[in-house]
Design a protein around this ligand. Structure first.
Ligand SMILES: C[S@@+](CC[C@H](N)C(=O)[O-])C[C@H]1O[C@@H](n2cnc3c(N)ncnc32)[C@H](O)[C@@H]1O
Length: 247
């Protein structure tokens, strides 16, 4: 038995006290062994499995919601980059979305197993007709919340990864400005270094509050954080600013 004292989990974090070691074996690279070991020892992975969430990411939207009070019954929500479905599950539960009255639509270019109360589109959000299809799936109703947990596959080259994920965030923000109902909210994954100044300025003009949030379940070593914009001021303002920007 080891003499090492177990480390106390940081405030707001959960700890299952597990420590599973994974050896590199034939057919498993050192990096995939490290990934597997991290998964097996990650208390959020264990908790997600126990509670029936499709991903540990579910805890990120749960924690963002606890901090920012976003999700309410009856709201319509768009979930961009929905696979494997943890956020959509949480959102369907919080909004009370059902198969009879579906309030949530998710999109991803990856396959997704059906989620009760969620319309799922298998599609690239960057496709030209994606916004139209998302709105059609909401029966033409403006969403109250646009969420984006989209992340481009990482290359390991920090600058490239940053630019690709920030591009997804920008396109998601433009979509949100176009479609949100007045009073609505926009949440998007961004990378440390934060939201580009121009985008941040635009969002600050169109939302009552804009903040960056790092939920406890987001790994400390990860460069991700979330942009949370609340209190959308409406289309008219957006149109005015767009004209000013272009001038
Ligand atoms: C971190 S995962 C999302 C996890 C999800 N929030 C959950 O709770 O299960 C990011 C997702 O973004 C998706 N994605 C990235 N770029 C996309 C794009 N252009 N269109 C649609 N989905 C995209 C990826 O396929 C991936 O499934």
């Amino acid at each position: 038995m080891s003499d090492e004292k177990p480390k106390k989990p940081k405030k707001g974090r959960i700890d299952t006290g597990l420590k599973v070691r994974v050896k590199s074996a034939r057919g498993r690279t050192a990096s995939s062994a490290r990934w597997l070991e991290r998964q097996l020892n990650d208390p959020y992975v264990v908790k997600a499995k126990k509670e029936g969430w499709r991903s540990r990411a579910a805890f990120k939207i749960i924690e963002i919601n606890e901090k920012c009070h976003l999700l309410k019954p009856g709201q319509r929500v768009v979930d961009l980059g929905a696979a494997p479905g943890g956020w959509s599950q949480v959102v369907a539960q919080k909004t009370g979305s059902t198969a009879d009255r579906t309030l949530v639509v998710g999109i991803d270019y990856l396959d997704l197993d059906p989620i009760p109360g969620v319309t799922l589109l298998k599609k690239d959000f960057l496709d030209e007709d994606a916004p139209e299809q998302l709105m059609a799936a909401l029966g033409g109703h403006r969403p109250d919340i646009v969420l984006s947990d989209m992340a481009a596959p990482t290359t390991g080259h920090h600058k490239t990864d940053y630019l690709r994920t920030m591009h997804l965030c920008e396109v998601a923000a433009m979509f949100a400005l176009d479609v949100l109902a007045p009073g609505g909210a926009f949440v998007a994954k961004v990378f440390r270094g934060g939201t580009e100044t121009e985008l941040l300025a635009k969002l600050k003009q169109h939302f009552a509050t804009v903040a960056h949030v790092k939920p406890p379940s987001s790994r400390q070593e990860s460069v991700e954080l979330y942009l949370v914009a609340k209190g959308f001021k409406g289309r008219q303002n957006a149109a005015e600013t767009d004209t000013v920007d272009e001038g």
